[in-house]
Design a protein around this ligand. Structure first.
Ligand SMILES: Nc1ncnc2c1ncn2[C@@H]1O[C@H](COP(=O)(O)OP(=O)(O)OP(=O)(O)O)[C@@H](O)[C@H]1O
Ligand SMILES: [Mg+2]
Length: 372
């Protein structure tokens, strides 16, 4: 029998690429038939960065970038289909996360809580000819949830039943953990804070590089204790879960306010070294708060940063730190597969239980369906 095929797509906090998978879900561990990353053209990256920085925002830029990203996602899905000689009828649905441009899971009384992902699903459905499921976060938010992180529900479904205490650690722009420990209550998960995003943003500003390959620039510097303390003072790190965050908080202006408070000088490479230390310490501290030993399954682009991984191993010597690949899931596409799976659930009319991860009041049907 031919497998039921789904496409999952996402562009994460890092705006590094459109990740696209072709997957099917006939077994507990999904089958990834193909995974491709499609480059985001520089002018689209610039527009997205402008929107995300909330600078000179106008509705025309927002509206037209929504369509541009929709076309980019549609082209990515079409390339995937062409590479496998697939027609629209061969794909049950596309699950498109889109690109987050603002995520505000908490708000004071004068504002509303909201999250915005762009990449018009009508455009994707029309150009690909494939039913598209999108807007995955806002139903959860309407139900009182944070709308993020969502991937833990997928981690639980595919990596959940285990006889060993296990944490899934996603090292994207932001780091999130999913705690799946047997016998000690229900799973839960949340965003711990930055993984790569500050490292990326600082090296872009200072050296015009997209990312710090293997953390080698960070390793050329020395962490600055005073700066590290200022960074660790961020109230987000002390909040109880459920909690989620993004570049709305962890950005260069946040870093700048801390740098301004420094009494001494700090070389750019020392800032990078301190940011690396910040990611390592905040992630490992949260892990140790829940488990003393067990297995950590890592996914997300940060797994390729040797310095980050070595730092985590040093802080977490009692854990077996492995790639999700160990269980048949390529660490670079776990999130994209998650959105393919969410689209399958939605097409079947099945709610997804994000409640342990987002704090929503009940499981929800995630996303809207855009039929051709
Ligand atoms: N060789 C490498 N050395 C250092 N960092 C790397 C390397 N390869 C990838 N990365 C980091 O991984 C990041 C991309 O990771 P990923 O795609 O998981 O993040 P994302 O798209 O922001 O996802 P999320 O939505 O989960 O935050 C890059 O921006 C970079 O910082
Ligand atoms: Mg990415």
């Amino acid at each position: 029998m031919k497998p039921e095929l789904f496409i999952g797509m996402l562009s994460g906090t890092s705006i590094d690429a459109v990740d696209c998978v072709l997957a099917s879900f006939d077994n507990k561990i999904p089958t990834v038939h193909d995974f491709r990353s499609f480059a985001i053209p520089q002018h689209v990256k610039n527009l997205l960065s402008q929107l995300i920085r909330n600078e000179s925002l106008d509705l025309k830029t927002l509206g037209s970038t929504d369509i541009l990203v929709g076309k980019l996602f549609a082209d990515s899905a079409l390339s995937m289909m062409k590479a496998h000689n697939l027609t629209p009828e061969d794909i049950i649905a596309i699950g498109s996360h889109g690109q987050t441009i603002w995520h505000q899971p908490v708000a004071d009384e004068n504002e509303s809580r909201f999250t915005i992902q762009i990449g018009d699903p009508n455009t994707i459905a029309h150009h690909t000819g494939v039913t598209t499921v999108a807007d995955f976060r806002r139903h959860d938010m309407a139900a009182g949830g944070q709308g993020a992180p969502l991937a833990p529900a997928f981690h639980q479904a595919v990596l959940g039943s285990t006889s060993i205490p296990r944490i899934v650690l996603n090292l994207g722009g932001i780091a999130n953990i999913t705690v799946l420990s047997p016998g000690s209550g229900s799973p839960f998960g949340y965003d711990t804070g930055p993984a790569n995003t500050l490292l990326d943003q600082w090296i872009r500003l200072s050296n015009a590089k997209e990312f710090d390959d293997n953390g080698s620039w960070a390793l050329s510097g020395t962490p600055n204790t005073e700066l590290l303390e200022l960074l660790l003072n961020e109230p987000y790190f002390l909040l109880l879960h459920p909690k989620s965050t993004g570049r709305e908080l962890f950005n260069l202006s946040w870093l700048q306010t801390k740098l301004e408070k420094l009494t001494g000088v700090c070389k750019p490479e020392d800032v990078q070294a301190t940011l690396l230390e910040l990611s390592i310490l905040t992630i490992s501290k949260q892990i140790k708060a829940h488990l003393l030993q067990g297995e950590i399954l890592v996914c997300g682009g940060g797994i390729h940063n040797q310095a980050l991984m070595t730092g985590l191993r040093n802080q977490l010597p009692d854990f077996r730190i492995l790639s999700t690949q160990q269980y048949g899931l390529n660490p670079d596409c776990v999130e994209a597969v998650a959105f393919a799976w969410f689209s399958k659930q939605t097409m079947q009319g099945l709610p997804i239980d994000f409640t342990p991860f987002t704090g929503a009041s009940k499981p929800v049907i995630a996303g809207g369906i855009y039929r051709v």
